[in-house]
Write a protein that binds this ligand. Structure first.
Ligand SMILES: NC(=O)c1ccc[n+]([C@@H]2O[C@H](COP(=O)([O-])OP(=O)(O)OC[C@H]3O[C@@H](n4cnc5c(N)ncnc54)[C@H](OP(=O)(O)O)[C@@H]3O)[C@@H](O)[C@H]2O)c1
Length: 318
């Protein structure tokens, strides 16, 4: 099979297309033929070693001293079951599936093994492979942070960076959950976020965030443009700042006058994949797709993610 590996840290040029043996499923494993995957912000961070402020010191020890330990990047896949190991229940060859190895990566390849009881679920015909692959990275992160923030219907949420992979799904999940949403994006992304259900849209070029008269129950910074310290006065008593792309400062931030920061790695759960598929099939959320690249164009796809300008997910079709 073909796979893209990162030969070192750096720009998209460190990626190399290699041939390696197609793995065979062991007991309890499913072999998936990948039909779509994404280049996520997670892939960009691991490939480039560009980490949130203050996290750089942990980068190489955690990810690999000279090159990414994972080799094959790629956090998610949609595809078909190609073979089953002994003892697998719940899947058969030919089943359409969606998977989210997340931080375990390994999806920028033609095939990937998954534990059948891992983060892999059946994918209904109603969603194309391309659409489905755009859900797990942003959607799991959004669900995880909403759970940790214990969001409630009727609360107000400011979403900074609602046009990205995480932000576009967080916005829709918040709207679906009955929250009143305000988004902060560029003017060019205003129509996108209004179409996803934002109650109110603000243009970041025209808005002095610190001077806003509003007070929010939740502020979600999906791009690392602010911090708990610079926005905590915009939170109501009991308010939560979601430092989704936060650095060390937000991780160690102490609660302030009843307001607190929530930070760190998002949970990666199989049941969240089930939830996302159910909501998408039911028309309650929709994947936002920035662009679709061929497998051979992996470097171009990475370059698009590196731009920091993508809207939703960059998908690779195989
Ligand atoms: N904690 C976790 O476990 C976790 C999980 C997943 C992701 N993350 C992090 O979350 C971040 C977002 O990931 P993503 O995939 O959603 O990113 P993304 O899709 O690459 O974000 C790009 C979008 O952000 C917008 N943007 C850029 N700067 C902005 C600003 N100052 N204000 C408002 N919008 C801005 C861009 O719109 P314009 O072009 O209009 O500016 C673009 O649409 C990454 O840093 C990633 O590492 C963390």
């Amino acid at each position: 099979m073909k796979a893209w590996i990162a030969k070192g840290y750096g720009g998209p040029e460190v990626l190399e297309l290699i041939e390696r043996e197609t793995p065979r499923p062991g007991r309890g494993e499913v072999l998936v033929r990948i039909r779509a995957t994404t280049v996520s912000a997670g892939d960009w961070r691991v490939r480039s070693l560009i980490l949130p402020p203050g996290m750089g010191v942990f980068g190489r020890p955690a990810l690999g001293l000279f090159r990414p330990r994972k080799g094959v990047l790629g956090t998610d896949f949609a595809g078909e079951v190609a073979a089953l190991g002994d003892g697998v229940k719940g899947f058969k060859v030919g089943d359409r599936v969606l998977g989210f190895p997340g931080g375990e990566m390994g999806c920028h390849a033609e095939f990937r093994l998954m534990p059948a009881d891992g983060r892999i679920v059946r994918l209904p015909e109603a969603l194309s492979f391309t659409e489905a692959a755009a859900l797990p990275f942003g959607g799991s992160t959004a669900l995880s942070y909403m759970r940790r923030a214990e969001t409630r219907p009727g609360e107000t949420m400011l979403i900074i960076g609602a046009s990205g992979a995480v932000g576009s799904l967080l916005l829709q999940l918040a709207v679906d959950g009955g929250l009143a949403t305000t988004t902060l994006t560029s003017a060019g992304n205003r129509d996108l976020v209004a179409g996803l259900g934002a109650s109110r849209t603000l243009d970041y070029a025209q808005t002095d965030l610190a001077a806003l008269p509003d007070r929010f129950d939740i502020i979600a910074d999906c791009v690392g443009a602010t911090s708990f310290k610079t926005t905590r006065h915009l939170l109501k008593d009991g308010g939560r700042f979601l430092a989704i792309a936060g650095g060390i400062g937000d991780m160690i931030a102490r609660p302030w006058q009843g307001r607190r920061a929530i930070s760190g790695p998002a949970d990666e759960r199989r049941e969240d994949l089930e939830t996302l598929v159910g909501l998408a099939v039911g028309g309650r959320i929709r994947p936002v797709i920035d662009s679709v690249f061929a497998f051979a164009q992996m470097r171009e796809a990475h370059a698009r993610v590196d731009s920091g300008r993508k809207r939703g997910a960059v998908v690779i079709s195989l």
